[in-house]
Ligand binder design. Structure first.
Ligand code: ADP
Length: 380
């Protein structure tokens, strides 16, 4: 087990600034998931840790040792890629033992390492097969096995499940979490899939345009996103965003006005950095919206149902709530998403009053920063 530290890491590809002063400390044995949209620098960050990409400035420290200028093979890491890159002419056992054979380790040691990895990954029956005789999930397990045999201090995973179908991805998520629990190794995992991040990570690192937006446990980031980017990135369906104006700003309180909503007053606000007249954004998660609320004190807006998705245990309603200005919608400004934790008989075309608790709503400043106070984190 090793800790991994990135100190003010900068990386340029020509004139393109791919990593911008990245500072991050990963503790021994932690499972850290780096997540962000395509092109945000996730793979680049992983490759710099592996030593496959040189950095322009900063330091990479593994277990207290500065490895910035060390070769990949000397860093005590093993990387698992999206493409399994198995040797087709070799058996599963030969593929898994390849790294150790290259390192000229004794045969008995290689056999023992392959056997152990095969047991952990339930590949004992497959050792004599060739990759083409395996399913996609088994092939990815062989690729992971190849990493395990080298007993690395740190595992790096680059979107390892992207090539698998949905059912296998779910299964492999569970297996990888189990593998982490069993090996106790430090694992750094890159994905664009926020569900993988939420389900597997001890801590999530949210990257955007080469910068770290926020680091924290999945539930902490979900309850307390530092800014509108993180709020919109974590959560499916996405948080609803409504354009609003600051009407009056007082000590720690702000009144806002939004077309289609009654006047709203938020307390406990960090009022630095904006003033009356500025454009703010209200955020409400789909599960925090209530249909026809019985609580009369709730702010409500009118809407018309456009689409209903019955997911078995829950129902997702897509509604048109014009004149509200929804700013996260791909298909029109009045579009909102509601998530009900039950089967619902509400049909397309129904008109609904939709309400929310002001304490469930977020307020974001003109620069995207979260202004509302901390919310309680769901306990596990
Ligand atoms: P992600 O893994 O988050 O999708 P990458 O780390 O692969 O993103 O890439 C980050 C950015 O750096 C992208 O805009 C990409 O085009 C650019 N980039 C990556 N590798 C190279 C390279 N070898 N040369 C030039 N630009 C690159």
């Amino acid at each position: 087990m090793s800790s991994v530290e990135l100190r003010k890491v900068d990386k340029h590809y020509g004139s393109y600034h791919a990593l911008k002063t990245v500072d991050l400390k990963i503790e021994k044995g932690e499972f850290v998931v780096m997540v962000g949209p395509s092109g945000c620098g996730k793979s680049t960050l992983l490759k710099t840790i592996a030593g496959l990409e040189a950095i322009n400035s900063g330091q990479i420290v593994i277990n207290g040792r500065d490895v910035t200028r060390e070769e990949p093979g000397d860093r005590g890491i093993a990387m698992v890629f999206q493409s399994y890159a198995l040797y087709p002419h070799m058996t599963v056992a030969e593929n898994m033992g390849f790294g150790l054979r290259m390192a000229k380790r004794p045969r008995t040691e290689i056999e023992a390492a392959v056997k152990r990895a095969a047991r952990i990954l339930r590949l004992e029956e497959q050792l004599d097969k060739r990759p083409k005789q395996l399913s996609g999930g088994q092939r990815q397990r062989v690729a992971i096995g190849r990493a395990i045999t080298r007993s690395p201090e740190v595992f790096l995973f680059d979107e390892p499940l992207s090539n698998l179908d949905a059912a296998l991805r779910t299964q492999m998520r569970v297996e990888l979490s189990g593998l982490h629990a069993q090996l106790g190794s430090t694992m750094i995992y890159v994905t664009h899939d926020q569900v993988e991040a939420m389900t597997m990570a001890d801590r999530i690192v949210i990257l955007n345009k080469g910068r770290i937006e926020q680091v924290g446990s999945p539930l902490e980031l979900y309850a307390n996103p530092a800014n509108i980017f993180v709020a919109g990135f974590l959560g499916a369906p996405r948080m609803n965003f409504i354009e609003a104006k600051a009407v009056s700003v007082e000590e720690s309180a702000v009144s806002v006005a939004a077309a289609g909503l009654p006047a709203l007053s938020f307390g406990g606000i960090d009022v630095g950095g904006f003033s009356a007249g500025d454009t703010l954004t209200i955020g409400i998660r789909p599960e925090a919206l209530h249909v026809e609320p019985s609580n009369r004190a709730m702010p409500v807006f009118s809407s018309r149902v456009r689409l209903v998705e019955q997911l078995g245990r829950e129902t997702v309603l897509y509604v048109d709530a014009s004149p509200l200005q929804a700013t996260n919608s791909d298909s029109g400004t009045g579009n909102f998403t509601l998530q009900l934790n039950k089967v619902s008989a509400i049909g397309v075309g129904a008109t609904l009053q939709v309400g929310f608790e002001i304490g469930d709503a977020y307020l974001f400043g003109p620069d995207g920063r979260t202004l509302t106070p901390r919310k309680p984190v769901a306990s596990t």
